[in-house]
Design a protein around this ligand. Structure first.
Ligand code: AMP
Length: 410
């Protein structure tokens, strides 16, 4: 079990990787290969150094070869055999996976089958798994699913009010995403409040954004749906809209459903209204009086507040903490202030301005309470760590499978 573990996050044209020493959870190196299939760019960070290169990498298989040759040439590993396990972030586990799993032929088959729910992500993730398998042969690989955390959601919350056969025959239902982020935050809350039955509303607000309702220590509802398109407004995704818009725009613009969905995923959300999707740019534009940037921030705020209100009622007002996390939640004190002020009266929550202003990932304080002592509920900022959860799950899944094998041998 001692040794080096790789965590892989394959995107449609990128491969992110991190190399850890376990069980110390020591980060040895972190890298990314971007624009696979074009004029690829490669960077790796280790020992405070950053190496950047540019060269053509045709596919994920080649990207994996490049990653290994860099790890070897920079003496981050001395032999490929030093790698004791690999963890993969996988977008969609459907209803099959509610926990991480050791990858075998059946799991590969399931992930292939689930491509229908993750057409952009799964082909790249499968290429990552198969590429690693070719290189590392029998080294255990683990799939950690973004949806698994939400499998505890009860059916009244995961079903859509559509013909029931759509669910029975085609598994149309809410799945939810950002599961590894929620798992991390929930663990932090359990440690902080020293209890398991946490009630919380967790706002994961980054360029992709979702909100989850945690009841009695497990997920009770979440804002994303069958795919990550549903829910609150995001950087480039529309979030919840009237589905009839799709047919209407198809006819008006004479474009296909795929083209409309592309626009809803990539050209909508904050970008659709403000023309830019980086929240720092939007805040700067708004501060300089840009009307659409101000409108985008107001709409973003309203969509988040409506989910918080919904979940607060679902929790019957019993709340240990409202949590802000991810890029915007961790860093934008002005946006946090807007949200807390919008929910202040009905939820009896008041902002501690000093604490709120002192917390950001680029400041000394990265986490803490931003509500006043007199507030009915705590409001916390907690930086998320999805990679840590993938690493922990990978290590523990491999450990458990080894222990099982030992028992079988006895
Ligand atoms: P993530 O997807 O979690 O990496 O979050 C990315 C989002 O966080 C982008 O919209 C960034 O503009 C936003 N973000 C990062 N740092 C800040 C900051 N200091 N102030 C406001 N937004 C930020």
């Amino acid at each position: 079990m001692l040794g080096k573990y790789l965590i892989i996050n394959s995107g449609s044209s990128s491969l992110k990787f991190s190399l850890y020493e376990m069980p110390e959870t020591n980060l040895i190196a972190k890298g990314i290969i971007e624009r696979i299939g074009q004029d690829s760019e490669y960077s790796i960070n280790f020992d405070g150094k950053k190496i950047k290169k540019r060269f053509g990498i045709k596919n994920h298989n080649q990207a994996i070869n490049v990653m290994f040759s860099e790890l070897l040439s920079n003496e981050l590993i001395s032999r490929i055999e030093e790698i004791k396990g690999v963890g993969h972030r996988i977008l969609h586990g459907g209803e099959i996976y509610s926990s991480p799993v050791l990858i075998d032929e059946n799991v590969i088959k399931d992930i292939t089958e689930l491509t229908k729910f993750g057409p952009l992500h799964h082909p790249a993730e499968l290429a990552g798994i198969i590429g690693m398998k070719e290189k590392l042969l029998n080294v255990p690989q683990v799939a950690v699913f973004d949806t698994a955390f939400h499998q505890s959601i009860p059916e009244e919350n995961y079903l859509y009010a559509v013909p029931y056969s759509w669910y029975k025959d085609y598994k149309v239902r809410k799945y939810g995403f950002h599961g590894t982020s929620y798992e991390y935050i929930l663990q932090m809350l359990k440690d902080y409040y020293v209890k398991d039955n946490i009630n919380s509303i967790i706002c994961h607000i980054g360029s992709g954004a979702s909100i989850s309702c945690i009841k009695d220590g497990q997920c009770y509802d979440t804002s994303m749906g069958l795919t990550p398109l549903d829910g609150i407004i995001m950087g480039t995704r529309s979030g919840r809209i009237d589905p009839s818009i799709i047919e209407y725009i198809c006819k008006e613009l004479e474009i296909s459903v795929e083209e409309v969905l592309y626009a809803l995923n990539r050209k909508s959300g904050l970008y659709g209204i403000a023309g830019v999707n980086d929240f720092r740019d939007i805040e700067n534009l708004a501060n300089n009086g840009n009307k659409n940037a101000k409108l985008a921030i107001k709409m973003f705020e309203d969509s988040i507040v409506s989910y918080i209100a919904n979940y607060y009622f679902k929790l019957n007002g019993k709340l240990d903490a409202l949590v802000f996390t991810a890029g915007i939640g961790e860093n934008s004190s002005t946006f946090r202030k807007r949200i807390v002020e919008a929910i202040s009266k009905p939820m009896n929550i008041y902002l501690n301005e000093e604490n709120n202003n002192s917390i950001a990932s680029f400041k000394k304080e990265k986490s803490g309470i931003i509500s006043t002592l007199g507030s009915k509920h705590d409001v916390l900022v907690i930086p998320t760590d999805e990679e840590y959860i993938i690493l922990k799950n990978t290590y523990e899944t491999i450990k458990k499978s080894k222990e099982k094998k030992l028992i079988l041998k006895k």
